[in-house]
Write a protein that binds this ligand. Sequence first.
Ligand SMILES: NC(=O)C1=CN([C@@H]2O[C@H](COP(=O)(O)OP(=O)(O)OC[C@H]3O[C@@H](n4cnc5c(N)ncnc54)[C@H](O)[C@@H]3O)[C@@H](O)[C@H]2O)C=CC1
Ligand SMILES: O=C(CO)COP(=O)(O)O
Length: 307
Amino acid sequence: AARHEVTLWARDDTQAAVLREQRENRRYLPGIGLPDALAVAGGDPVALAARHELVIVATPMAGLRGLLQALAGCTAPLAWLCKGFESTGLLGHEVQAAVAPRLLAGALTGPSFAQEVARGQPTALVAASSHRAVREALVAAFHGPGVRVYANDDLPGAEVGGAVKNVLAIATGLCDGLQLGLNARAALVTRGLAEMTRLGVALGGRPETFMGLSGLGDLVLTATGDLSRNRQVGLALAQGRTLEQAVQSLGHVAEGVLCARTVVERAGRLGVQMPIASAVVALLDGTLRPQAAVQALMGRDPAAERA
Ligand SMILES: NC(=O)C1=CN([C@@H]2O[C@H](COP(=O)(O)OP(=O)(O)OC[C@H]3O[C@@H](n4cnc5c(N)ncnc54)[C@H](O)[C@@H]3O)[C@@H](O)[C@H]2O)C=CC1
Ligand SMILES: O=C(CO)COP(=O)(O)O
């Protein structure tokens, strides 16, 4: 908003009025004032999008389909921020191909806790899209003193990284909550990266994407940073809380909880092995206790180290 004319759109008109009056999102981003220059609107998103040069969709995965459907005729470049698989089993670009194939679209992703971005702390992101116009619009809008934006045309790879790291952050939260040690955490992150890469390549991503900001970068941030909601779920489960309690006390979306099963099912259909993600599914289901999950992962047969 310091460099461009920006409108924040809220799907609920009452909420838009509250944001306009309080200049703060007290429920979801407390303590961070909205810049004076930022306009806040409710109403029709289609008419609003038609008056802007770039559209950013900042819903959870569950809200992406509806908004893309509404904005299907939009001619401005559009990018979503959500990271996960939809409950149908689709990634964001697959949802878009189904409901709004003509959009010039992509994802803005990478290691970026919202609170730190909002405070202007240094952050590096990835503008992922097969469309050059989208990559360039995202770099032009966001690249600046506080944010570096790298362009990548591998949208499937960037999306798999953002989705799978959430599931792996639940595992590392559990690992740390159970005090299994720093060796165990490093092993989980590294072998988790191998799982992410295997699935991502099978879904059309390029191997090097997983070594970049949207893969390794976001995995390191989310698996080790206590601001992560997915990691917090793992920590809460380690304290003996039920999944319901862990999710309720969070008060925010934890996409890894919602898509862990989908990740493992899609991997299964492609013949991709994901032992850590599978253990997370069993832990979330309550069919495996944490100690049994550790034994199961450590008891696997020896294997050659490769992705
Ligand atoms: N918070 C963070 O640091 C980051 C979050 N993300 C991703 O962005 C997405 C949203 O995350 P947050 O805003 O942090 O979650 P949040 O739980 O803090 O806020 C969710 C927001 O989405 C709205 N919402 C909920 N269901 C909706 C629906 N069906 N349709 C439209 N809007 C809906 C809520 O009213 C609320 O404003 C997630 O996919 C998350 O993985 C990505 C990068 C960083
Ligand atoms: O994606 C994120 C940081 O890049 C936020 O992760 P959480 O959703 O686990 O908080």
